[in-house]
Design a protein around this ligand. Structure first.
Ligand code: CTP
Ligand code: CA
Length: 226
């Protein structure tokens, strides 16, 4: 690991990383969101910056300090995260899509606080959000790395996602386990990547999210250069 960081192996590279959840407004005081502490994405941003990359971190609302040397762009909705990514990413970038993007948002946002009425439930109509990673893979020319948080059939779902999104690499984690994943300081990833006509697999961790991040950025750089 030391040799990788000194000299700075990612010198001259631009990495764009999304992290945290997106939040989708229902009315001025309520939102729909995904579970995400942002810790994995922030650890990747920190590791990439330490390895010499210029890092833009497009972050949903999280309770984390911006890592040293990282340019953070704070966003809320999936649409604003997409706008941030479009501003930051280019054909030369590495794009790591770590954010837990809300798949749906309320079709209409109430301009005033919604009042409770009657004793019945409430039906809300939702509409699909843009797929940021799919956009980056199809339109930006960046080298794109996805994440797949799954609760079952982890490798099959992750590999299918890699195909569907047209990306070279995907990092799967099993969020049904309570020792890794959500809000934890530790993580274990199964990374799948394309190698000519093969799909290769490499495990990273279990280890602290900062160690996992250091190994992951080295693997990303290796696959990208190959
Ligand atoms: N992603 C994204 N924009 C979205 C949804 C997902 O950029 N609107 C990215 C995530 O950051 C992650 C990858 O796509 O890197 C996979 O996200 P995931 O939620 O696992 O995949 P989906 O395609 O949304 O499928 P599903 O939620 O049904 O499993
Ligand atoms: Ca999703």
């Amino acid at each position: 690991v030391e040799r990788f960081f000194y000299p700075k192996t990612l010198d001259g590279q631009h990495w764009v990383i999304t992290a945290g959840p997106t939040v989708e407004a229902i009315d001025p005081v309520r939102y729909l969101a995904n579970r995400s502490s942002g810790k994995m994405g922030y650890a990747i941003a920190e590791a990439a910056a330490r390895a010499g990359a210029k890092v833009t971190l497009i972050s949903g609302p999280v309770c984390l300090a911006t890592p040293f040397g990282v340019n953070r762009v704070s966003v809320e909705s999936a649409q604003s995260m997409l706008d941030g990514v479009k501003d930051a990413v280019s054909g030369e970038s590495v794009f790591v899509s770590c954010a837990a993007v809300a798949d749906y948002k309320p079709k209409e946002v109430a301009s005033e606080k919604m009042k409770k009425s009657g004793d019945d439930g409430l039906v809300m109509e939702l509409t699909q959000n843009p797929d940021i990673l799919k956009w980056a893979a199809q339109e930006s020319g960046a080298f794109c790395v996805g994440f797949a948080a799954e609760t079952q059939n982890v490798s099959e779902y992750a590999k299918a996602k890699m195909e569907r999104k047209g990306i070279t690499m995907i990092c799967a984690n099993d969020v049904s386990r309570c020792d890794i994943g959500f809000s934890c300081d530790d993580n274990e990833l199964q990374v799948f990547y394309r190698d000519n006509n093969d799909v290769k697999q490499q495990a990273i961790g279990p280890a602290s999210k900062s160690l996992v991040a250091e190994e992951l950025i080295q693997l990303i750089d290796k696959v990208r250069q190959s």
